[in-house]
Design a protein around this ligand. Sequence first.
Ligand SMILES: *Cc1c(COP(=O)(O)O)cnc(C)c1O
Length: 222
Amino acid sequence: MNIALNIKHFHELLKDSDCQLVAISKTKSENEILEAYNAGHKIFGENKVQELTDKHEKLPEDIEWHMVGHLQRNKVKYLVPFVHLIHSVDSIKLIKEINKRGRKINRQIKCLMQVHIAREETKFGFAFEELVEFFQDKKAEEFPFVKILGLMGMATFTDDMDKVRSEFKELRELKDRLKKLNKNRNVEMNELSIGMTNDYKIALEEGSTMIRVGSAIFGERK
Ligand SMILES: *Cc1c(COP(=O)(O)O)cnc(C)c1O
């Protein structure tokens, strides 16, 4: 795997687009991350709190760290001082905790709401109607130390690319719908975090603003 070359490939691919690359570095070493960093990349994502905080401590300060995995409430406090964006907000209880911890250090924490797609295997994420209600009822205003930038989703794990495309379309439509009915000051609803190694090309065609790519940059994980 030539990590630097892979990074350059993605930068070239995205250079005239409104989409950012979040390089998913879970299980990868600090040296591998530095290879990507030295090739000019500064946005990295991890799915475990311990690994994320360790890497944040050891690696250059100007890296933007994104949390993309399921987040337990009792670990929120370790992330809020430095995390750039939490992609995986999947319950009201979790938003409450992020808000509480943000308030303690007077920092507004940027988040995406994770949407659950019925046919996908993970059990995490909000149902479509739950989110519609949440924004309609102006619930976000109860959490002023959370800034909701948009949605995150994962397509069903399948070779059926038509199905993947239709799921991405549903997420895009949901985002647009929520943006229209949103009246909350701390909500923007401009970001759509969709697309991984196997489906980022489709995600780009369907309006992704953040692709989360691991193996296509760093190689297969063990
Ligand atoms: C691991 C992971 C990715 C990246 O997966 P690849 O298939 O290696 O690109 C993206 N998003 C989340 C939430 C992940 O856990």
